[in-house]
Design a protein around this ligand. Structure first.
Ligand SMILES: Cc1cc2nc3c(=O)[nH]c(=O)nc-3n(C[C@H](O)[C@H](O)[C@H](O)COP(=O)(O)OP(=O)(O)OC[C@H]3O[C@@H](n4cnc5c(N)ncnc54)[C@H](O)[C@@H]3O)c2cc1C
Length: 354
C-alpha cells in the first residue's frame, strides 16, 4: 500500500491475534513511545507488524519461495537464491498481491502506463501528471486523494452507480443514537460486514454451513467496493464520473486515450487501476503445476477444511483464499484469530509425526 494510506478497520479489528494478548497495538505504542489513533496510518501498522514479528517469530528467514512441490515426506521448497529444503507441512500465507485484477479493456496498454494500485509505494513521482483512476472502492478513492495531494491532476471513473460510503451520514447518526449495548449486539469486534451480519460473519464455522448462494451473497455484501467516510473531504476537488464503464483504451506518444461507454474520451498520462483483486490460487506462481492440479478448487478458491487445510494433506492456505469456505472475515486482520486457532487445533490433533 502507498505511503500515506490508512487502514479502514476499527481499533480492535486492527490487532493481530496473539495467544497471550500481549502483542497489542497499545503495547506497541507504549514500548515505542508512539501515539496514533483511528484511522491507523499504514506506516504505523507496518511498524507494529514488524515489532510483533520480532517478538513472536524472531528467527524469521527472509527468503522468496520460488517453488513448492510434492516430494520427500511431504513437500520440497525452493528458494529464489537456489536453496532447497523439505517440510512435512506447508502453511501458505501469500496475501493478495498475486491476485490484482487488470480488466480486459486495459490489457493492451504498456505496463508502465497502466498500473494497479497494488504496485505503488509512493505517488510523489506523479506530480504534474494527468492520471485517470478507475474504480470507486477504498484503494481507488484513497489513491485518488493521495495523487491529488501529491500534485497530480486526477479524475476518477467507475462503472458503479454510486459510491458506497462506510459509516455514511445515516449510519453515523444511527450509531450516535444507539446505546453501547445495541452497538455491541449488532456489530462484532471483528468489524466485517454491516449491522447484524457482522455478528454472523464473525463466526466462520456458522457461515460455512449456510447454503452456497447465501454465503456468496454475504461475501459480496461484506466486501463490496466502499470508501471510508474520512475520504469525502479529501476528494472534494476531484472530478468523479460514475455509472460509466470503460469501453476501450489505447496508447500513443506516451499518452493513454480511454473511451468510456458514453463515447466520451479521456486523454491522460497514466491510468491507475483501482479494480480490486480476483482471488485465484493458480496465480500463486510458487505452486508447482502438479501440486496445483491436486488442490481442489472452485472458481480459483481452494476448498479448505478445518485448519484451513487444502485437499492436499499438509498444505494449508491462509488469508483471503479462505473466504470461499469460511467467509469474508478471512481476508482481514481480524480473521487472524480464527485462522491461527483453527490451524493450531489441526496441528495439535495431527501430532508431530505427521
Ligand atoms: C488498499 C487495502 C486496504 C486494506 N485495508 C485493510 C484494513 O483496513 N483492515 C484489514 O483488516 N485489512 C485490510 N486490507 C486487507 C489486508 O491486505 C489484509 O488484512 C492483510 O494484509 C492480510 O494479511 P496476509 O498476511 O494474509 O497477507 P499480506 O499482508 O499481503 O502478506 C503476504 C506476505 O506473503 C509474502 N509472500 C508472498 N509470496 C511469497 C513468496 N513466494 N515467498 C515468500 N514470501 C511471499 C509477502 O511478501 C507478504 O509478506 C486491505 C487491503 C488493501 C489492498
Amino acid at each position: 500500500m502507498p505511503k500515506g494510506m490508512f487502514l479502514r478497520s476499527n481499533w480492535t479489528a486492527t490487532q493481530i491475534a496473539c495467544p497471550n494478548g500481549d502483542l497489542t497495538l497499545e503495547a506497541f505504542q507504549k514500548e515505542r513511545q508512539v501515539s496514533f489513533g483511528l484511522p491507523v496510518p499504514i506506516d504505523q501498522f507496518i511498524q507494529y507488524g514488524l515489532w510483533y514479528q520480532n517478538r513472536a517469530v524472531p528467527d524469521l528467514e527472509r527468503k522468496r519461495i520460488s517453488r513448492i512441490e510434492k516430494g520427500g515426506q511431504g513437500f520440497i521448497l525452493h528458494t529464489q537464491d537456489g536453496e532447497k529444503f523439505e517440510s512435512r507441512r506447508v502453511v501458505v500465507a501469500g496475501g493478495i498481491s498475486s491476485f490484482a485484477r487488470r480488466p480486459e479493456e486495459f490489457r493492451t496498454l504498456p505496463a508502465e502506463l497502466a498500473t494497479h494500485t497494488n504496485e505503488h509505494r509512493d505517488f510523489a513521482g506523479f506530480s504534474g501528471k494527468k492520471v485517470l483512476v478507475v474504480g470507486c472502492g477504498q484503494s481507488a478513492l484513497e489513491s485518488a486523494a493521495l495523487l491529488h495531494e501529491a500534485g497530480a491532476q486526477v479524475e476518477v471513473v467507475a462503472r458503479s452507480r454510486r459510491i458506497h460510503w462506510l459509516q455514511g451520514w445515516a449510519s453515523t447518526t444511527l450509531h450516535h443514537r444507539m446505546g453501547k449495548l445495541t452497538r455491541r449486539i449488532l456489530y462484532a469486534p471483528t468489524d466485517v460486514g454491516p449491522a447484524g451480519l457482522s455478528q454472523l460473519l464473525a463466526r466462520p464455522h456458522l457461515v460455512r454451513v449456510l447454503p452456497r448462494g447465501v454465503q456468496d451473497r454475504l461475501r459480496k455484501r461484506a466486501t463490496r467496493p466502499a470508501g471510508a467516510r474520512w475520504l469525502v473531504n479529501r476528494l472534494r476537488d476531484i472530478p468523479i464520473t460514475l455509472n460509466c464503464p470503460v469501453a476501450a483504451s489505447k496508447s500513443s506518444g506516451g499518452h493513454v486515450t480511454v473511451r468510456l461507454k458514453d463515447e466520451s474520451e479521456k486523454v491522460v498520462d497514466h491510468v491507475l487501476l483501482g479494480t480490486g483483486f480476483h482471488i485465484d490460487v493458480s496465480k500463486y506462481d510458487f505452486l508447482a503445476p502438479e501440486l496445483l492440479a491436486q488442490i481442489g478448487r472452485v472458481n480459483g478458491f481452494p476448498i479448505l477444511k478445518d485448519g484451513l487445510e487444502s485437499s492436499v494433506s499438509g498444505l494449508h492456505i491462509l488469508g483471503a483464499p479462505g473466504v470461499h469456505c469460511f467467509g469474508p472475515l478471512l481476508q482481514f486482520v481480524s480473521g487472524t484469530d480464527f485462522a491461527s486457532k483453527s490451524l493450531l487445533r489441526c496441528l495439535s490433533r495431527s501430532g508431530p509425526s505427521r
